[in-house]
Each structure stands twice: as structure tokens, then as C-alpha cells.
Design a protein. Structure first.
Length: 354
């Protein structure tokens, strides 16, 4: 670029060349590009995250599988500062074709936390989090599945046709420990991982209390045992060591064993119906998950404990979360209403008016 300059001595005018000055924006852009080159790739960041962060979490083993999902994407070798919201939106939409919204949200949450750790702990304070500009899919995972306890085939004895789904599942499992685990889950509001990782020294059969030191929210919890739960544990612990874990199965294995036993129980129920020429009820054993046992026991315990006591037994301190596990049947609410003073007074008034 050229300009005009007037000399002092002769006053003559001559054209001189001069360079364009670099503005502050261009300097900042260069600095930003230089910093970007120092950022790790997504693969390198994930490895560091799994080593330094996931190992300190109780859900660390779950994050390992989530990380494997990210490693199979085309973003794995890209610099994390060059991953854009558009890239993540494209992946989100692709995953939603064959994955549930909750699964996609967990994957996005892992990467979002990775960016947070990179900014706070790894010294990349200027790094923007692209996940913040990505809309999360709506999750509708509220469940009200209860255990069916009135399974009947008229004319068929109870020893051949158990009355509730859990008895069917216990009869159709090949796992030695699953029947006891199912009983404890249905009677104590405990999570599957809390039951499977239970230690003998934390079970007080004398007073009927289970002490949970490792819980989801990190708080010690005391779980009262019903007579059924206490009886099942007493039988299971007979002749076993007085210290250490009482079950030699992992949570994932127990969940899969439950699913297999549920499917076998459904086939056995259908076969029994065909044997006696009855039409099977399709709702039995359908969409039943192990975690539904926690819903079932919480709903039963809600008739015994008040809200503040129930939260101590269940382990959910937040009332909104606790209410998700309370799923009363319509007939249960009617029983509560009919036993109230209001219902008794109204019945008395109707009798007097008759």
C-alpha cells in the first residue's frame, strides 16, 4: 500500500511505500491458533480423563464403555479445540437413530465434563465447551411398572402356577445367588450394586439392619430388613465366612441373569397356559427390569414409613426423585381413602340418610 509524504527540507512531495499495521484482532487470532496447536486430540484427552478422573468415580467402569463409543467416531483424532457444536449435533442425530435418548445424553455429558476438567485442571482455561451449544434429547424414563402378584390359572394349583412374577423368575434361573438377590431387592429398596457388593460384616442379622457405606450419594445408609429379607439372608449366609463379600457375582452379570430368567419364566408361563388350554396374559413378564424391584419395594414401604423415614430407607434425599419410585396402584389409594375418617364419616351419613 502506498501513501504521500512531504519532505521537510525541500517541501517536495514524493510517494513512499508503507506496510499495513497489524491490528489487535489479528494478533489475538494468531495467538489463539498457536494455543490451539498445543491442545490434545480427543483420543489423548480421553485417555488422560479416564486415568485421572474416571478412576476416582464409582461409575468409572461405565465411563470406560462410553469412551469406547467416542473412540469409534471420526472425531477421535481431531484436536479438541477444533470440535464444533455442528460436529456434535451430527453425531447426536446419528446416535438417536438406534440409541435411546438417555444413552446419547450420557455420551454428551462425558465429553462436556472432559472439557470442564481441561479448563479447570489441565490449564486450558480459554477452551470453549462445544457441548454447551448442543440441545440434549428429551429423556422420558419415568417408570410405574409394578410386580404382578395375582397370577392365576383357575383349577391349577399354586405349586404349579406361582402367584407372582418374581417366584416364576426364581424358579427359572440357573444362578445360585439370584433368588436371594431378588428377595433382598424386593424387600429392602436397595440398588442392585448395593446388594451384590454387600459384605458380611455389614449385615446385622441380630437386629435386622444392613449398613451401606458405599452408596450412590456417598452417605452411609441403614436399611431395615423385613422378615422375608432376613430369612433369605440367614439361609444364604449359613456356613459362609464371617467377613468379605457374600455374593461372588458382579452387578452386570446379575442383571443379565435376571433378564434370561425372566424370558425363560415367560416361556414357561405360556407353555403352562397351552397345557391347560388357557389364553396367556401378555402383560406378565413384559418390560420387567431388575430396577423395577426398587420401585416395587419403595411403593410398599411408602405405606409403612413417612416421607422423611422413607428417604432414609430408599436413599433418595431429593423428594422429586423419591416420588419417582413411589408408584401406588389405584386400588391401593382406594384402600387408604376408605380407611380414613373422611370415608367413614361419609358412609355413616349415607346410612343415616337411607
Amino acid at each position: 500500500m502506498t501513501g504521500v509524504k512531504k519532505t521537510r527540507r525541500s517541501g517536495s512531495v514524493k510517494r513512499v511505500g508503507f506496510e499495513k499495521q497489524k491490528g489487535p484482532n489479528e494478533m489475538n487470532n494468531r495467538r489463539h491458533r498457536r494455543l490451539q496447536r498445543t491442545c490434545p486430540t480427543l483420543a489423548e484427552a480421553l485417555e488422560r480423563y479416564l486415568t485421572e478422573v474416571s478412576t476416582k468415580k464409582k461409575s468409572g467402569y461405565q465411563e470406560q464403555s462410553i469412551a469406547r463409543a467416542w473412540k469409534s467416531t471420526n472425531l477421535i483424532n481431531r484436536n479438541i479445540s477444533r470440535i464444533t457444536p455442528h460436529d456434535l449435533k451430527r453425531l447426536r442425530d446419528e446416535w438417536l437413530k438406534d440409541r435411546k435418548p438417555a444413552t446419547v445424553n450420557r455420551r454428551l455429558a462425558l465429553i462436556s465434563h472432559l472439557y470442564t476438567i481441561a479448563r479447570k485442571e489441565w490449564g486450558i482455561h480459554w477452551l470453549a465447551n462445544p457441548v454447551e451449544l448442543v440441545s440434549r434429547p428429551t429423556v422420558s424414563d419415568a417408570r410405574d411398572r409394578r410386580i404382578y402378584t395375582q397370577i392365576r390359572l383357575y383349577g391349577v394349583p399354586a405349586h404349579e402356577c406361582p402367584r407372582d412374577e418374581l417366584e416364576w423368575i426364581k424358579r427359572n434361573t440357573k444362578s445360585e445367588s439370584l433368588p436371594t438377590i431378588i428377595t433382598i431387592a424386593a424387600q429392602t429398596c436397595m440398588r442392585l450394586s448395593e446388594i451384590v457388593l454387600l459384605k458380611r460384616e455389614d449385615v446385622d442379622l441380630t437386629h435386622g439392619v444392613i449398613t451401606l457405606h458405599e452408596t450412590k450419594n456417598g452417605r452411609t445408609r441403614y436399611v431395615p430388613m423385613t422378615p422375608f429379607a432376613k430369612h433369605a439372608l440367614r439361609q444364604w449366609l449359613a456356613g459362609k465366612p464371617l467377613r468379605g463379600r457374600i455374593f461372588d457375582i458382579q452387578p452386570g452379570s446379575a442383571s443379565r441373569a435376571f433378564a434370561r430368567a425372566r424370558d425363560r419364566a415367560k416361556r414357561a408361563y405360556i407353555a403352562l397356559c397351552r397345557k391347560y388350554g388357557r389364553r396367556p396374559i401378555t402383560a406378565y413378564f413384559t418390560d420387567l427390569r431388575f430396577h423395577d424391584l426398587r420401585h416395587e419395594s419403595t411403593s410398599v414401604m411408602a405405606d409403612i414409613f413417612g416421607m422423611h423415614h422413607l428417604s432414609k430407607v430408599n436413599g433418595n434425599v431429593d423428594t422429586k426423585t423419591l416420588l419417582r419410585y413411589y408408584n401406588p396402584r389405584g386400588r391401593d389409594l382406594v384402600k387408604i381413602l376408605m380407611s380414613s375418617q373422611l370415608a367413614k364419616w361419609q358412609i355413616q351419613q349415607l346410612r343415616m340418610a337411607a
